[in-house]
Design a protein around this ligand. Structure first.
Ligand code: HEC
Length: 434
């Protein structure tokens, strides 16, 4: 059944978010971005994939302004105020070998923008390029939309309620009816929400960039905050309840995974092993294993009791991983991200082997979901498409019509019949799962 399109959300300028806040001229403006914003965007798009913390070609990392200014094997990458003398500019112009980016040429206006930035004294941009790369994912930003994005979604285990994480709030909606309640008082964008398996609790993960992660536990019936605490040193991107509901796992941009006792908020353990932001987490059905997917291009599987990493990381991805799903049997994991591929790995006692892959979208994959029977894998791409795949063979079963705006979050109903799709324009749409 198609449950139709439901709109919700209030128009608020505050909702134009970090994303819009990073664009000079803000929502709807067409004014020229500041030189450092323009340069940061080009470096994030064209150069970061080879010059980051994991892959530091020429020993040059563009992860932060500081690492860029440290330079590479041959010294400084640029001379502020003098583009002609700058190695980086000489390389993109083709005056110095090898030409950068190594896999092609920059557009003329991009070269001009980099030049203008260096000549302006190479002022620093806000934040780091890895984050800029992620935050800028939705390229097609509507000119005048002020409605907060839907950054995260979860179905209540009884199927009667959906939680949608947005800017500084969570909306509780009833499928087919609309918004029921709003939970407010959250830091920035709520990038992750999850219901406990018995449905009695809702967990949210949010936070302030480079400052703290915020974890809150709610009662979805009374809508009251049960408990809240700060953890991590950066935003939280994923929260997951253990199958018995006693443990909450959180993953953060600070590269760490943490386990918490839900009843008290006490930290049980920190799991460190990723070398870049961790974007997605999932427990297996028995709760003895936890998987995490990271911008470091790996999925790692952890023994929950000891915090020990099991086997070698699941590898093969050539860029940041944003989304992951654990198959119901606990023997298989799917993950996807920046390189537009969906990959599946079969798990052994230790580690796992790549069991399949498919080129899935004309843009990065931002979310993945599995039906409860494990038969259908669903992907959302920054290309605005939602696709249904045979979870075993990775054959495409169906694609939804292109959405009018970037899809940021997916959630499958417990019956496996309905898909909730959360979009950048603040809409949640319900679609039947074929
Ligand atoms: C596909 C991979 C790739 C991309 C994309 C890429 N680079 Fe590089 N870059 C390299 C490699 C490999 C080297 C090392 C070359 C060597 O030492 O011969 C390098 C070296 C450099 C160096 C010199 C570092 C040193 O001190 O030796 C600079 C500066 C540089 N790149 C700038 C850029 C800029 C600016 C961009 C984007 C416009 C970019 N690169 C995109 C692969 C890449």
């Amino acid at each position: 059944m198609n449950m139709g399109v439901r709109t919700y959300g209030s128009a608020s300028l505050a909702g134009s978010l970090f994303l819009a806040a990073m664009t000079a001229g803000s929502a709807g403006g067409r004014s020229q971005p500041a030189p450092e914003e323009a340069a940061g965007k080009i470096l994030a798009r064209e150069c970061y994939s080879c010059h980051n913390q994991v892959k530091r070609e020429g020993a040059l990392s563009l992860h932060t302004y500081r690492t860029l200014m440290k330079g590479g094997n041959n010294g400084p990458a640029l001379v502020p105020g003098n583009s002609d003398e700058s190695r980086m500019i000489q390389m993109v112009e083709g005056l110095l070998e090898p030409i950068m980016p190594e896999d092609g040429f920059l557009a003329d206006q991009d070269i001009e923008a980099l030049r203008a930035w260096v000549d302006a004294g190479a002022p620093p941009w806000e934040g780091d390029l890895g984050r800029m790369r992620l935050e800028r994912l939705p390229d097609i930003r509507p000119a005048a939309t002020v409605r907060p994005e839907v950054a995260s979604l979860a179905f209540h285990p009884e199927g009667t309620m959906v939680a949608a994480g947005s800017y500084q709030e969570i909306r509780l909606l009833r499928p087919g009816e609309g918004v029921d309640a709003r939970l407010t008082g959250l830091a920035e964008t709520v990038r992750s929400v999850a219901f406990s398996p018995d449905g009695s609790r809702l967990a949210s993960g949010a936070g302030m960039p480079s400052r703290f992660g915020e974890i809150k536990i709610w009662d979805p019936v009374t809508r009251e905050l049960v408990r809240g605490w700060e953890g991590h040193t950066d935003c939280i991107y994923s929260v997951a309840f253990s199958p018995d509901g006693s443990v909450l796992a959180t993953a953060s941009y600070d590269r760490l995974v943490k386990l918490w006792e839900v009843e008290t908020g006490r930290e049980i353990r920190t799991i460190s092993g990723h070398v870049d932001a961790v974007y997605s987490l999932a427990f297996n059905a028995s709760g003895d294993r936890l998987a995490s997917a990271s911008a470091d291009r790996t999925v790692k599987v952890w023994d929950v009791a000891s915090g020990r990493q099991l086997g070698t990381p699941l590898s093969g991805a050539t860029a940041e991983l944003f989304a992951m799903a654990f198959y119901p049997g606990g023997r298989r994991i799917a993950a996807a991200g920046m390189d537009k591929m969906i990959r599946i790995w079969d798990l052994g006692e230790e580690g796992g082997v790549l069991a399949g892959s498919v080129f899935s979208h004309d843009g990065p994959v931002v979310d993945l979901s599995l039906t409860p029977d494990g038969n259908t894998l669903i992907s959302a791409g920054a290309d605005g498409r939602v696709k249904f795949w045979d979870a075993g063979s990775l054959e495409e079963r169906k694609a939804l019509q292109a959405q009018p705006d970037t899809v940021l979050a997916l959630a499958v109903s417990p019956s496996g019949e309905t898909l909730a799709v959360g979009r950048y324009d603040g809409m949640v749409v319900f679609e039947p799962i074929p």
